[in-house]
Write a protein that binds this ligand. Sequence first.
Ligand code: GLA
Length: 377
Amino acid sequence: MKEVFRRIYGTDPEVVWAAPGRVNLIGEHTDYNDGFALPIAIPRHTLVAARHRQDGRLRLHSAQVDGPVIDLDLARLTPGAVTTWAAYPAGVVWALLEDGQRIGGADLHIDSTVPTGAGLSSSAALECAVAFAYNDLYGLGLSAPALALLAQRAENGFAGVPCGAMDQLASACCNEAAALHLDIRAGAHEQVPFDPQAHGLSLLVVDTRVKHDLGDGAYAALRSGCEEAARRLGLAALRDLTPADLPRVAEDLPAPLVPLARHVVTENGRVAEAVSRLRAGHVAKLGPILTEGHASLRDDFRISCAESDLVVDTALAHGALGARMTGGGFGGSVIVLAEEGWLEAIRIAVTAAFRVAGYQDPHLFPVSPAAGARRIA
Ligand code: GLA
């Protein structure tokens, strides 16, 4: 990173930060409903090498994108002004300014091993790496959760994606060998021990390579459907519903909103159950919860796709303990929990099933829960 930075900008960077992508174990589409989630960070990172500037310019370069250095004026950062990948790092700087932070410009060089469009939160990793680097460069002293929320603000207010806060909180706050239990309304998180390897288990990520794009309107439509359901029920958010409310909800809501509410209620329940199983050391018993979560996303929330369903069904038929799509939906990645000994058979079966179906080969890689954003140089 230092060498490339030197080649591009002619000086050394002052700091290098790394922020990871994530997979969510359970608690999908619950964050913007004020609910609960249980993500882990994965050992795939976005790196940012940075040096401050005193002339109010923000210069950006990415190893993943061909083209010259992008040169922006801090004073002209307004939502809509930047529409390429640069909207994510520029949005973070905009969010810091909006928050009243005393910052100036910077030179940033970015590199990443988080696949894009795979539902693994490459954008949150990028935003968090930039937020932490800026916090360090300008001695802002902001906490990891505060930086995560500024990163979310960048994505909502500048990049125009109405996501919740799960991805950024995962990238900022996760610990190694742990899952992050998020209570979004309370603004609270706690670490829950989760070390599949120590239990002879493995967590496999299967990137279906069906491109998922949160900006395409479907995510926003689901979010506003949930918000409308809460409004009609006179609630602040769907988080306020309990399973006992569901029969009444089915009568009070227009038919299309009923399954949305049902998913959020049952999914919040699954997060609570997953946390108690993990706390009891019953890691393998997470499996059925994952599979139930997938059924709920497929049948109630209706955001799975044929490729993701095929991974789940094939993995389960070949010995997996549980499997589900993870992230925003409409493609992206599936996670599979399995005993180590079954992993190879699952890998072979899923790849073969994709070939038979005529889909492009999926990318499969095991992950273990990694640490959140950290300074590496
Ligand atoms: C995307 C969003 C998150 C969350 C998930 C679904 O990853 O960025 O905020 O809503 O989808 O759980």
